[in-house]
Design a protein around this ligand. Structure first.
Ligand code: SF4
Length: 271
């Protein structure tokens, strides 16, 4: 019997969020579970030009963007990161999606100063894979667990809100994950918001679509090369929406392996 594959089409309902990929090749870590295929040569960089971001913000001046997500690979490896952060914060709220390894007490103090310069808010998004240090670090990098809790403590000390995404790498029961993570938070004296995300296994991609909300219905992603549907498909021809925010596609044929499992990364409660 012949079968025809028909992919869903997701329309952009309202442009509420912008993801900016500061780099898709530069990260100071190599997490086992990362969905990015990194270049073999660590010196192969692709940092976005700050002028590209300035241009995009001018093009978006009539939109009501609730939050800009600075993401990557690791956005804080960008040599012009502080200026990009200030630029985006002048425009709207900003969330930094980071592996947490650059945030010590001094950096948290500096970030507090930057946020206090204007009226918009700065948030953070971290992720962990397991409540046991060893199992977490096996899925990520050595030291990831302690580094993340260290960064959480530093940022909370300066009054920041942090979303901690638990990537369910070991496919455990969500109830158990939440309970065990809450115990860890008590132990370390931190109190982030939690969300649970599914692990995307590149070697064994899902075969069916889930019905969770998708980033391509409320956001677009900017990279050095143009505008894309979402961070998963940044710089991937299958997610290309256009060259700039002056003219970009408002619907997506969700036909990639990522589209089946993906769920929205955007934070809803930013105001
Ligand atoms: S992977 Fe991207 S384009 Fe595909 S459904 Fe998810 S958000 Fe939309």
């Amino acid at each position: 019997m012949n079968s025809i594959f028909i992919s869903p089409v997701y329309k952009l309902e309202q442009l509420r969020y912008i993801f900016i990929v500061l780099t898709s090749k530069s990260c100071n870590q190599r997490c086992k579970q990362c969905y990015i295929d990194f270049p073999i040569n660590r010196h192969d960089k692709d940092f976005i030009d700050i002028n590209k971001i300035k241009e995009a913000l001018v093009q978006l001046k009539n939109e009501s963007i609730e939050c800009i997500y600075l993401t990557g690979a690791e956005p804080m490896t960008h040599p012009n990161f502080n200026n990009i952060l200030r630029l985006c914060l002048k425009y709207t709220n900003v969330c930094i999606c980071t592996n947490a390894s650059f945030i010590n007490e001094k950096k948290a103090r500096f970030l507090r100063k930057v946020e206090d310069e204007g009226k918009n808010n700065l948030f953070f998004r971290f992720s962990l894979s397991h409540y046991e240090e060893l199992k977490n670090d096996m899925a990520r990098y050595r030291g990831s667990f302690r580094q993340t809790f260290f960064a959480l403590k530093n940022l909370e000390r300066y009054g920041f809100s942090i979303i901690l995404e638990i990537v369910n790498y070991y496919r455990e029961e969500e109830r158990v994950l939440l309970e065990m993570f809450r115990k860890k938070f008590e132990e370390y004296g931190v109190n982030p918001e939690i969300s649970i995300g599914q692990y995307f296994d590149k070697m064994n991609p899902p075969q069916e679509y889930n019905d969770k909300s998708k980033d391509c219905t409320n956001s677009r992603t900017l990279t050095q090369n143009g505008v894309y549907s979402c961070p998963y498909l940044a710089n991937d021809y299958r997610g290309r929406m256009g060259g700039s925010f002056l003219d970009y596609a408002k619907s997506v044929n969700a036909e990639t392996e990522y589209c089946m499992e993906c769920t929205s990364c955007s934070v809803i409660h930013v105001s």
